[in-house]
Design a protein around this ligand. Sequence first.
Ligand SMILES: *Cc1c(COP(=O)(O)O)cnc(C)c1O
Length: 821
Amino acid sequence: MIERISSLPKPAPRATDPGILAAEIVERLTYGIGKNAAAAKPHDWLAAVINVIRERVIDRWIASTNKTYEEQGKRVYYLSLEFLIGRLMRDAVSNMGLMDSMREALASLGVEIDLIRELEPDAALGNGGLGRLAACFMESMATVDVPAYGYGIRYVNGMFRQEIHDGWQVELPETWLAHGNPWEFERREASYEIGFGGSVEPAAADGSGDDARVWKAGERVIATAFDTPVVGWRGERVNTLRLWTALPIDPILLDAFNAGDHIGALRESNKADSLARVLYPADSNLAGQELRLRQEYFFSSASLQDILRRHVQYFGDVRTLPEKAAIQLNDTHPAVSIAEMMRLLMDEHDLPFDEAWAVTQPTFGYTNHTLLPEALETWPVPLFERLLPRHMQIVYAINAKLLIKARREMKLDDAAVAAISLIDEHGERRVRMANLAFAGSHSVNGVAALHTDLMKKTVFADLHRMFPDRINNKTNGVTPRRWLQQCNPELTSLIREAIGDAFLDDTEALTALDAFADDAAFQEKFKAVKVAKKDALSNMLRERMGVRVDPTALFDIQIKRIHEYKRQLLNIIEAVALYDQIRSRPELDWQPRVKLFGGKAAPSYHNAKLIIKLANDVARVINHDPAVQGLLKIVFVPNYNVSVAEVMMPAADLSEQISTAGMEASGTGNMKFALNGALTIGTLDGANIEIKDHVGDDNIVIFGLTAEEVAERRANGYTPREVIEGSRELAQALSAISSGVFSPDDKDRYADLIGGLYDHDWFMVAADFDSYHAAQRRIDTIWADESAWYSKTIRNTARVGWFSSDRTIRQYAREIWGVLP
Ligand SMILES: *Cc1c(COP(=O)(O)O)cnc(C)c1O
């Protein structure tokens, strides 16, 4: 087989010359799409370009697969319920090294690449940071030559599309597949049956293993694969993102249909269809629906069946799996995989329990993304047992092994045993997916140093005592291709002029830019790039929203999911205080600012949606008040997604990273902003701490309580009312908002939201307000000194190369997966 593959003729390397590319594009337009150049619409040009680049990608894709096959290498499997990949055309063209040629080829045909680029739909198969991380990791795994598959679900409607109507969020379905998807390839041959419900019977009488059982599933669907190629930088390796869709076993129940029950006849079909239809639009809080658990099991089972099929085909024996496969669980969403792997090994491959465990545990790694109690996934035992009866038995069997060790060998006390258990015994019994993932993995990692430290001290304290070597840290990163080269070609060119090309292959080589931080001529050029990107954002706001902003003002940006812990509310309250101050002291030297917000709120998250409305209400009043003299403007940008981020990150002067300390696991938006030359105003939370360590204390503005201080305040009776009464600016801003100054049509709209701060203020908005307000005035002072400002922002770009996802992936590869030297 191998000999046959290597003896086949290899396709000749394809041309990169603009003239030949142009000819190929016209050919594709004619014979692929059936249009001539004169009649072609922009969509047709896009389709033709994607077809041309796709062929080059496929050549590399097949070569990568053959290489891994010939080397008999270990593969990484990244299981994630979310992949927030965004648009793919520019990424593919740029990573294949064809951007300049393609631009020239299209120009010769009278087509502008940047115009057709924007017609590609944004693949929004993720909520926020966790899904975007999975996308950055896929690109970096291909870049650093790790053979990898991403596994997830091909949601027909991914994340909802957000519109703002009268200041309120409105959710609409995203129809990213409406015009077809030229990047995906259906693989009917990769199809697996997935069962739900039914009953479990004793081992078959065919002599299979004692620990084997027969699961007679009550319902079954078929999982079928769609593959998307993922191109690494310089196009050397192309990996596969394999997304599952669900098909009914019986698409139509003909008997029912013939009997006149036309709707009932399609029941199976509709049921399968609903599995892969929507991504639960929750971020950091649990979607507790049965359909969500079905989705989790559906994609876990399909992926593991696929992995085992491949392993057996190549290597023969399932017991060598840990040597040839590393499976990484992106949060607990795929954690049921631990039980599913045990089931497949015991029931389908006849391994005894202990041998199955010896295969499972060294194969899996688990990444934790949050310590928020409401976000730790648990499922009611009765639901889990009804849907996955065999897996419930396996969870109990794993738990027995775990708790016996805890009690008898480690002599742990009742409280520790209860905390370690896979079953939460407080109130209604629930399966704890985080504990299952922890117990079933050889590595458990956090995503920033502080977060990993808190994992050991809080949620996993007892599991950590039992397995002290298991928890490790892998600080997140972002891909510098999408988040610097592609979204900011202007800055990329400027850096190349200054320090050469080394940083394109090693982001940490950006440190050479440090030498230019105080160079007046370079500062001028750096500023010119920033202003050009602010112009581009201003144009987008004018075209999309009819809003005008002043590109010479300080662009102060907070874009991320709307969540109380991320504290958009703190930012808005501070804007109100600033508004009061500008009006009462108009003679002072205020620095013009545009405050930009963007982000989606989970549809059922009442306070988050109210915060969006508040931002818009405050914007309406402030933006139209002549007393402000244009010194402060507030804009809420609708439908924040990857493509919007690609325009906003390069245009930011100030990056808002102001979460309550201890609550943001890492953040990755913070890294994208700093890389593009924004100054950060932030708390000592998540990766902000490490960003501060890299850029230096003088090049970041830190405020607020530390994680330790937050915990201490919460424990010792924090009284926000006293804090508010002691802060004149805060008290006045809060009373303006809660009394209806910004909501004259509904005076009490914000009474509860603001009133709550006086009594609970779990997120320490009041406690951090004065410190935040003062930090913002320090920002004004730095901004007023242009040379000081750009010297700091240049140092940010120069010093955050370490936050490349290439570095993160190399650490996973060496320390968790064992796939790189
Ligand atoms: C980077 C990114 C995020 C994560 O932002 P945080 O500020 O880290 O929460 C979310 N959504 C999109 C579209 C992103 O690009």
